[in-house]
Ligand binder design. Structure first.
Ligand code: SOE
Length: 390
């Protein structure tokens, strides 16, 4: 499409740390690699510290900087508010933005509680009546190998789902001297490994299978309850300052559940899996085959087809980099893999495409609420030691 024919989409992003940097990279790249029906513009970035946000704007490619997110709602050149802040601010910003007629992209988990997520869904539904859209950032859905797994399951290639096994394994807290950060503060983050990475695990299970979790039982543990306070932090790494403080969230969460189709699902989310950096492992076994994925080898999907002749049957290692695979045609020749950041670009592409035709983008705030309900049930189950319906 010619540049002049593309309507402009003014984006205002709140927060510019790890997630803000990932979203900025997506907004910079999206119009350069994909032929989009709208032209996203990196109009404004928001942070509380004037000097730091001005620096972030220059570094990440934003045209202007603001120190209060409410300014985005007053500005006519902002069409979409992209929320990349800790969970305790999601509901307030998202509801106000939707009420001000701005589309919203909100990082996961949607909120810190079911009540907040419900308020966000209600605001999203009201806004949708006047064409204002919302989306939650379960980014891993947009990894091409995950999209392929979803397609294979939807096409019936693995049959009826019997088992779903999802592990999300990180190790950035396994050192007891790793300092505190907002992610270890219940007030800010809502929960620990459960909400931060378990949320992705639940969303992936529900997205790939097209089913939902109807009941769960869980265990949660905080292995290190006190840590050095942080002097500064960037991304997942922090430097230690003076003194120590309490960890108020879980370090690990284990849970299992039943899917709406009757299958059994098990989950593990931990920041203590020494040596595992960002291992999101998904295996789904069905009546006709299986799919298996590990984010540490993210360009590959393993697929087992039970209909193959027994003598040569086995898991196929599919390198998901062919032009026929989701999103790949816009990138590199076969075998020239993609990385973590590409999923954020694909998320922006799908969002812009949906906005251009007035469709509801997915995952919706309702999908975010569905995940929140599972997390809430896991937390209550861990506290009470009982099986709970979602
Ligand atoms: C930290 O555990 C984290 O950055 C998550 O918050 C992200 O959602 C995930 O993509 C990587 O790990």
């Amino acid at each position: 499409m010619g540049e002049a024919a593309r309507p402009r989409l003014g984006v205002g992003m709140v927060g510019y740390s790890f997630m803000g940097a990932a979203h900025s990279q997506a907004w910079r790249t999206t119009p350069r690699f994909f032929d989009l029906p709208m032209s996203p513009e990196m109009t404004a970035v928001v942070g509380r510290d004037a000097a730091r946000v001005a620096d972030a704007a220059g570094r990440l490619g934003w045209q202007s900087a603001e120190t209060d997110w409410r300014r985005l709602l007053e500005r006519d050149d902002i069409d979409l508010v992209d929320i990349c802040t800790p969970g305790d601010t999601h509901a307030e910003i998202a509801v106000a933005a939707l009420e001000a007629g701005k589309h919203v992209l909100c990082e996961k988990p949607l909120a810190n509680s079911v009540a907040e997520a419900e308020r966000m869904v209600a605001a999203a539904e009201r806004a949708a009546a006047s064409g204002i859209r919302s989306m939650v950032g379960f980014t891993y859905r947009r990894v091409p190998a995950i999209q392929l797994a979803h397609q294979l399951v939807a096409d019936g290639r693995i049959g009826e789902i019997r088992h779903v096994r999802v592990q999300y394994l990180q190790d950035w807290l396994s050192d007891p001297d790793a300092p505190l950060s907002w992610r270890l503060d219940k007030e800010k983050a809502g929960s620990g490994a459960l909400g931060d990475i378990g949320a992705h695990a639940v969303d992936l299970a529900q997205f790939i299978t097209g089913e939902s979790l109807v009941g769960v039982a869980g265990l949660m543990e905080t292995f290190v309850t006190e840590r050095p306070v942080a002097a500064s932090s960037s991304g997942l790494s922090s430097t230690a300052g003076q003194g120590t403080g309490k960890v108020t969230v879980d370090d690990a969460a284990l849970f299992f559940g039943r899917l709406s189709g009757g299958g059994l699902a098990s989950f593990e989310a931990t920041r203590f899996a020494s040596g595992r950096k960002n291992a999101i492992r998904v295996e789904i076994n069905g009546s006709r085959g299986s799919v298996a994925f590990d984010f540490e080898d993210m360009n590959v999907l393993h697929f087992f087809d039970a209909a193959d002749p027994a003598a040569t049957a086995g898991f196929r290692r599919i390198v998901v980099t062919e032009p026929d695979h989701p999103f790949i045609a816009a990138w590199w020749p076969p075998g020239h893999g993609l990385g973590y950041e590409h999923a954020f670009t694909h998320q922006a592409v799908d969002l812009v495409n949906a906005l251009a035709v007035g469709e509801a983008p997915a995952p919706s705030f309702a999908d975010g609420l569905a995940v929140q309900r599972v997390l809430d049930a896991v937390e209550r189950s861990a506290a009470s030691g009982s099986w709970l319906e979602v």
